[in-house]
Design a protein around this ligand. Sequence first.
Ligand SMILES: C[S@@+](CC[C@H](N)C(=O)[O-])C[C@H]1O[C@@H](n2cnc3c(N)ncnc32)[C@H](O)[C@@H]1O
Length: 240
Amino acid sequence: MKDPSLRRSVALFRAFLHEQEDPEACYSLLARDAVDQVEAYDGPVNGRTVVDVGGGGGYFTEEFRRRGAHAYLFEPDVQELGEKPPEGAVVADGYLLPLADGVADVCFSSNVLEHVADPQTFISEMVRVTKPGGLIYVSFTNWLSPWGGHEWAPWHYFGAERARARYQRRTGKDAKHTLGENLFAVHIGTTLRQVRERDDVTVVSARSRYWPFLAETVAKAPGLREFATWNLLLILRRYQ
Ligand SMILES: C[S@@+](CC[C@H](N)C(=O)[O-])C[C@H]1O[C@@H](n2cnc3c(N)ncnc32)[C@H](O)[C@@H]1O
């Protein structure tokens, strides 16, 4: 599927709507789409070394491997790894990856940044393990996105505590996320400023991950971008 295109965005949106009933279909599609994006910026991943940080159950790692990459999954939460993690998955925190400097051609993280308390340190660690000239793929749902509150969205606009309590009342289940514990208010403007100030990477692209059109334009509009980007995709390249 061509990225961006309306057909692609609709297919992704429909898969998200059925994420709970059919996570396999949803995450397999998302993984194919994300690896297509990596290849669009960096060429075929075949033969490359890919590090997937916070990769959950490993859908992305598996897709990189299907395309011939040497892909490695690093995930700190054994529950997220699930019952069938990819072979060789490593239980490790993204702040401190058990890897030497500059080993990865591609360092990849999908929807992890909003789950760490210190996004700058997390990105620094991704940069550290990437080869000079290598690609860094970071995507995250920013706090003011309509999906910023995750399972209690869009009620986070009225306050995280209230939204979380509402979720529990309505579903009878404990919410998975608590603001300040495993979900953090990450903003696009701040994140862009921080990555642009770095002297070890260049920003190749900053765009909406899922939008079918104006994907880069929307991420350039201060204020509006916090609400309209939905999910920011940052493509960084480590300086040679
Ligand atoms: C929303 S899930 C995303 C999973 C997968 N990357 C995806 O896009 O479907 C967030 C993941 O971030 C992981 N995570 C949270 N804190 C982390 C950290 N400090 N280092 C690495 N991963 C972390 C969680 O365990 C979880 O698997």
